[in-house]
Design a binder for this molecule. Structure first.
Ligand SMILES: [Zn+2]
Length: 253
């Protein structure tokens, strides 16, 4: 079973690379994430990863006329930002952390990643013009630090989906509410850091604001925020906030 699932993980990572959804590094990181979760939590853990991966990918493919969907090749940083912390939480169960606690931390981290992705994909498709938390006004669609009502609902449902399925698969149906709230809070932290701390860059050619390091064939310039705090760092932090919150409450009760 484990051998079969390891081959399955390798195949998915390889296909991701072949279909240009993942860079070489991204594919290797995805493989490490999959196998790390598999050896820690077996197929149940892998199923939680699959629900995150499939649901957020499908949501990101829903056709829309609101914006042009650019083809994105996910790198090491992007894969780690979504699954790195969850994998470390899973691996902690092999060392010294209580199994139940490690599972809660693992599911909470993925709940945050899913919550954030769902908020972004749902919000920019069906949410209308977002409100920017720092600028206190309307922002362009998809911008970091901006929220919509619809996106916030998606954020909650995205977190609940992972928390509920993880709870049923791994924790006999327990801790679902805690993990839902933790994941949702992680995504909220993502938005707040995105609004107030994350670097914003500007294209030197077309003057558009972007998160990309390159635009129109040249390097972009930082226009505000903290240099180096990019989207990947913010996403990684958000997947850390959720398990830390769960840890705090777990130790409290
Ligand atoms: Zn440009």
């Amino acid at each position: 079973m484990t051998t079969f699932l390891t081959v399955l993980v390798a195949t998915v990572a390889y296909l991701g690379y072949r279909l240009q959804s993942l860079s070489v590094g991204g594919a290797i990181t995805a493989f490490v994430v999959g196998v790390g979760i598999l050896i820690s939590f077996g197929y149940e853990g892998l199923l939680v990863l699959a629900i995150f991966f499939v649901s957020s990918t499908l949501l990101g493919r829903v056709p829309t006329r609101k914006f042009k969907r650019e083809h994105e090749v996910r790198t090491v940083g992007q894969v780690f930002a979504n699954g790195g912390v969850a994998t470390l939480a899973a691996l902690s169960s092999l060392l010294f952390v209580d199994d139940e606690l490690a599972m809660i931390l693992f599911i909470s981290a993925f709940a945050a990643a899913n919550s954030d992705t769902w908020a972004t994909e749902g919000g920019r498709r069906w949410g209308g013009r977002p409100y920017h938390l720092r600028k206190r006004g309307r922002a362009s669609i998809g911008r970091s630090g901006a929220i919509t009502v619809v996106g916030t609902l998606f954020s909650f449902v995205g977190s609940a989906l992972i928390a509920l399925s993880g709870s049923i698969l791994m924790l006999d149906g327990e801790w679902a509410l805690l993990m839902t709230l933790a994941g949702f809070t992680g995504a909220l932290a993502d938005t707040l850091i995105g609004a107030f701390i994350q670097e914003e860059r500007k294209c030197i050619h077309c003057q558009s604001m972007t998160e990309e390091k390159r635009h129109c064939g040249s390097k972009t310039k930082i226009s505000r925020g903290v240099l180096g705090i990019d989207n990947n760092i913010v996403n990684t932090v958000s997947t850390m906030v959720a398990p830390l919150l769960s840890l705090f409450i777990f130790l409290l009760v």
